[in-house]
Design a protein around this ligand. Sequence first.
Ligand code: HEM
Ligand code: NAG
Ligand code: NAG
Length: 546
Amino acid sequence: MLTFGLVALILVAAGLVYQLRPKPIQRVRGPPSPSFLLGHEHAISSQNEVGDLEFEWLRTYGPTWRIRGEFGASPATPSIHVLMTADPKALQHIYHKSGYNYTKRRSVIVMAEIMAGPGIAVALGKDHQRHRKIMNPAFSAAHLRTFLPLFQRIGAKMVEQWKTDLSGAERMIILVNKWLSCATMDIIGEAAFDYQYGALDKGAGSPIMKAYDNLFSDPNKPSATVALFRAMWNYIPIPVLRLFRLIPAEPFMRLRNLRGLFTEYGKQILREQRADTDMEKESKSKDVMSLLIKANSSADPQTHLSEAEIIAEMFSLTLAGHETTGSTLTFLTYELAKHPDYQARMRKEIQDRRAFVMSRGDTSFNTEDLDSLTLTMNAIKETLRFHPIVTYLPRVATKDDVIPLAYPIISTTGEIISEISVRAGQVIFPSFMAYQRLKDVWGEDADVWNPDRWLRPEIGKQTKLGVFANLMSFSAGVQACIGWKFSLIEMQALLTEILENFELSLPEEKLTIRRVPAAGFGMIPMVEGREDLGTAMPLQVSLVQQ
Ligand code: HEM
Ligand SMILES: *[C@@H]1O[C@H](CO)[C@@H](O)[C@H](O)[C@H]1NC(C)=O
Ligand SMILES: *[C@@H]1O[C@H](CO)[C@@H](O)[C@H](O)[C@H]1NC(C)=O
């Protein structure tokens, strides 16, 4: 703690020196800092409801503003300020036009590496390109189609369990987030590496599932000490940071245990799969891991991954693909419970398509059927817009640059700014949450959940941004989500299963759901006054009357 204080002090002193130099970013207006050491970062990750601060700043300063970073200073950063922006042109510049020139923040990379190992989310530049090149075929449209039966099987399994739990009663209240989290976990296990997490079966027989559950069992807000500790990661060389994983304290010990299990299991798969390849048996496996292992036997060194990297990919896919999809669906079902009319229209569209599929002689939807369900797709788009699970993603400029703005802002001295010059090392928080509420982009009713906005021809067409529907929810550019299409089909499939069988409504007892900041820039639903439940979304379900 003493060294920690000393380091903090030196950094603060260094910051003061820097502060004396005039910087263009200082001309951007922003809120006064609540704390010199913690800046606004801690305030953002501990606000009552995600978006409260961002929306207030958006109203006050326009789509681009300046906040103060943690520590108030950093030798790695020429500015004690963090640029926060929801401006579509700025986002386009940072994510799309600059390639790897705006990089991930060190604390984020190190956290990802400590958690998942040297996988795709940690790799940068050329190394990252190699990971993407090897992973991409597994996420092609053609290959993703082969996962649909898996999505439908797990969806049907979940719905059957609801029916069993209902045991003749007219309705019941469920924690829908828990169910969706289990379903998406089982799906990613099988799709990524043919592993049965057994989450829907209460984790029966899966040590990895148990260890994983324990990892996130601590829903507490980040304390100020933890926030500072994490902030320090941005200023320590990466090789030193790697040693952090040896710290004999939680959550590092739990993490080590979990990664140990993943490695053990990964090595076992690798042995089995290699034996398969040796026997020249055409492996039937469609999971991502099998494809990676097959790719590795080719001659092209560009398609090689080390054992540690392949194992890290398994865990990265689990971490990236599970709670993100589960939470998005959780908020989607919540909105459907709040909007019974829309839910009824959506169900009608699904039922009509079902009749068509039956008349065709088929029993299940194919991807074309799912894509024809416009109301379902619009509900998915609207939920991604309104409830972006990743609310912002820090980026760091690797060189001096000028960031253009679509919506000029007023400077501290009253001039109009339409370009901001930044120095190498400048930290930027692109706010997906605020971008997706811009009235100029999404319409005057941007602050309400209204899937029918997607029927308006002009919506989402103004700026070319992101990988899907001009949304930033999956991030954008070279390091965007690789699983966005996977997750769309997964959500389509699970929603049709749910809506054909169940009606969703709010519990009679009036509860307030809060979107609580989690893990830095994520968010989870919690029941006001029942924070002891942790992540919770109680909904009432009843069988659809045939
Ligand atoms: C609604 C669901 C999802 C959301 C909102 C989401 C969001 C994101 C975001 C914002 C990133 C960028 C992270 C960063 O730059 O640090 C990302 C990356 C990633 N996502 Fe997703 N994701 C979703 C579902 C999935 C699924 C289902 C998978 C896997 C099947 C997946 C796999 C990944 C991977 C591997 C990366 C790292 C990509 C890279 O660094 O090149 N995601 N996701
Ligand atoms: C990134 O920066 C380098 C060095 O300034 C530059 O040559 C390159 O064109 C930039 N890349 C992109 C995609 O803008
Ligand atoms: C992939 O191939 C390379 C080069 O042949 C090898 O060093 C590496 O161990 C292989 N990785 C796996 C996971 O088999």
